[in-house]
Design a protein. Structure first.
Length: 196
């Protein structure tokens, strides 16, 4: 069983989907969530972890620079010995301190095609541009902003979506299905070059 640490800043709907998958879905017998970490001590994701009996680490934003914040956070993750870091709405750009500590082992879900739209507001972008479809991406995190190798993508049908809420609702449904499946594939058959 692989040990995964899920990092989330907010609502935590992807965390819930991944947790459900470890309990009896795509990740059952493959992975276990050993830790939920956050930069927001009041994140609903952390409350869910506590309810579910999962260890938590919360480190609020502070006046330290990005690298010092990351170094302190990486130190707090270490005792939980995660094999893989799973970003699920973790709204921080990781510095090289973090990326190098878990090189090739940090996975992210992004609400757009990372080749077309990076950073925040993936669903706002799709709504504003009146896209008929968008693409959810699961990718490895490298030193750039949403530039890492793509592990999996899936199309979201946006035809007839009249509100941003509708766009987001449809997109999240795809994320919740795709992310556990992509993680399963990644954990069982790591991409060539990352195999031990
Ligand atoms: C998800 O839509 C995820 O793709 C997005 O944040 C949301 C988190 O929702 N991530 C990014 O935009 C990262 N650039 P959740 O807290 O309900 O899982």
């Amino acid at each position: 069983m692989k040990r995964i640490a899920v990092l989330a800043s907010g609502r935590g709907s992807n965390l819930r989907a991944i947790h459900a998958a470890t309990m009896g879905g795509a990740l059952a017998g493959v992975a276990k969530i050993v830790l939920v970490g956050s930069d927001k001590p009041d994140a609903p994701a952390l409350a869910f972890a506590v309810e579910s009996g999962i260890a938590t680490v919360a480190q609020p934003k502070n006046s330290l620079g990005r690298e010092a914040w990351d170094a302190a956070f990486v130190e707090k993750l270490a005792p939980h010995r995660p094999d893989v870091i799973v970003l699920a709405g973790f709204m921080r750009i990781l510095s090289k301190v973090f990326v190098e500590a878990y090189e090739g082992r940090i996975v992210n879900v992004h609400p757009a095609d990372t080749r077309k739209h990076q950073g925040l507001g993936g669903y706002d972008y799709a709504f504003r541009e009146h896209l008929e479809e968008t693409t959810v991406t699961v990718h490895l995190v490298d030193h750039g902003l949403d530039t890492g190798p793509i592990l999996a993508q899936r199309t979201v049908d946006l035809r007839g979506a009249l509100t941003l809420e509708d766009v987001e609702h449809r997109g999240l449904a795809v994320e919740h299905a795709l992310y556990p499946e992509a993680l399963r594939e990644f954990l069982i058959t790591p991409p060539v070059g990352l195999r031990k």
